[in-house]
Design a protein around this ligand. Sequence first.
Ligand SMILES: CSC[C@H]1O[C@H](OP(=O)(O)O)[C@H](O)[C@@H]1O
Length: 365
Amino acid sequence: MKVNGIPTRTIWSVDHGQAIGIIDQTKLPFEFKKETLRDWRQVREAIATMKVRGAPLIGIAAAWAMVLAIRDNAQDDLIHEVRSELIATRPTAVNLQWAVDHLVKKVMPLPAKDRLPVAYREAEEMTQANVLANRAIGTHGAKIIAELYAKKREPVNILTHCNAGWLATVDYGTALSAVYIAFEQGIPLHVWVDETRPREQGLLTAWELAGVGIPHTVIADNAGGHLMQHREVDAVIVGADRITAIGDVANKVGTYLKALAAKDMDVPFYVAAPSSTIDWTIQDGKHGIEIENRSGDELRFIRGLDKKGHLADIRLMDAQTNVENPAFDVTPARLVTGIITERGVCAPEFLTRLFPEGARKHARS
Ligand SMILES: CSC[C@H]1O[C@H](OP(=O)(O)O)[C@H](O)[C@@H]1O
């Protein structure tokens, strides 16, 4: 994609894998700041602090962290240590473990001296594959929006939660890829954007949509149900961090509540994700997916601009206030209308038909 002629890429190799370029998403939407990371520990920190975020993107970033680590030391013990540390940064998104393990599996059979070029090639291929997958997801998802428009012949109102746009992937995004492609096709649409407490990823979504001129309205997370009750939402489209073999979906906390309201009001609820987000080894999302608990300070403070226009963390409650900050929740498959993948759209119960290789992996697990 391009925004105002500038390519929308969230991560890039520098000097043929000697360093990695990223956008520091903790500064957006107020400041667009790029960073160059030269050591795998810097990438790990960027993932942990959400400078880079979004299930597909943290997977790709972790793959590039492995390249930087292998550049410095390609020995078995170092590779296993770095793998463990990267996977531990953010446990819910399966993309991170999938990408790291995919790369490790390719390099470990090789002599240490031959590992770096293969690691670099794998990271490059995963990066490009994510772009192609997201574009395909958008093409399939845009058809859903087109069908909604054909029925109502008025602008289609899509509600989305968190940020599943190009910022959450290498490019295009997942949920927003469908919006971008439908908009490119001239389908009139509008997006309700959940602000998504506490990290306010909805402001990233608003920033993305504003960049391409897509009509959108930011709402409080708790307003979505009301809008659905008043028939202001034609479909919900969200991203995902981990999808089980039967279609249970882990996504940003609050997604489950949107799905409940959608079910109650018969609003179609779609989940858009590449197949690298599907974890074929688990069936029951409620008990099988580790939910990342993040620092309580993410609730006690909110990031914005102070009176002088400087980026600041404003305290909302005192340090003694108890808070609980689960970063994700699990939406059961029964609440999901369809899952939009690079291979097409299907109801949760048909995921194994769309991905027979996944069904075989699930049967072995
Ligand atoms: C392309 S889906 C991205 C997915 O990841 C986000 O989580 P976070 O911002 O904490 O990395 C959110 O769950 C999105 O739906």
